[in-house]
Write a new protein. Structure first.
Length: 116
């Protein structure tokens, strides 16, 4: 069964950095635009960033521009999210999915907690 698995989260102080990774064990997503999303407690999934199939085009929600960088390695079937200058409001469970996230389940997310 195919499943997206995100990893790399953790507890970090404000201003710190984390690098998230996302891979799929059962399918290749090299032909898809992929995205990172996050879900804070009691809220719906929120778009964070996306990257087209070749990696030549990226897009970010305003709140993370200049701090987060999305990238991908299609040979490794992996998508990354480098998060710098983290803020407490970045605290959430982070997921990857194709963008838009229609037709694929959310898979396993990774918790990011930023302390002030």
């Amino acid at each position: 069964q195919v499943q997206l698995v995100a990893s790399g989260g953790g507890l970090v102080q404000a201003g710190g950095s984390l690098r998230l990774s996302c891979a799929d064990s059962g399918r290749t997503f090299s032909s898809y635009t992929m995205g990172w999303f996050r879900q804070a407690p009691g809220k719906q999934h929120e778009f964070v960033a996306s990257i087209n199939w070749s990696g030549s085009s990226t897009y970010y929600t305003d709140s993370v521009k200049g701090r987060f960088t999305i990238s991908r390695d299609n040979a490794k079937n992996t998508v990354y999210l480098q998060m710098n200058s983290l803020k407490p409001e970045d605290t959430a469970v982070y997921y990857c999915n194709k963008h838009p996230p229609v037709g694929w389940s959310w898979g396993q997310g990774t918790q990011v907690t930023v302390s002030s």
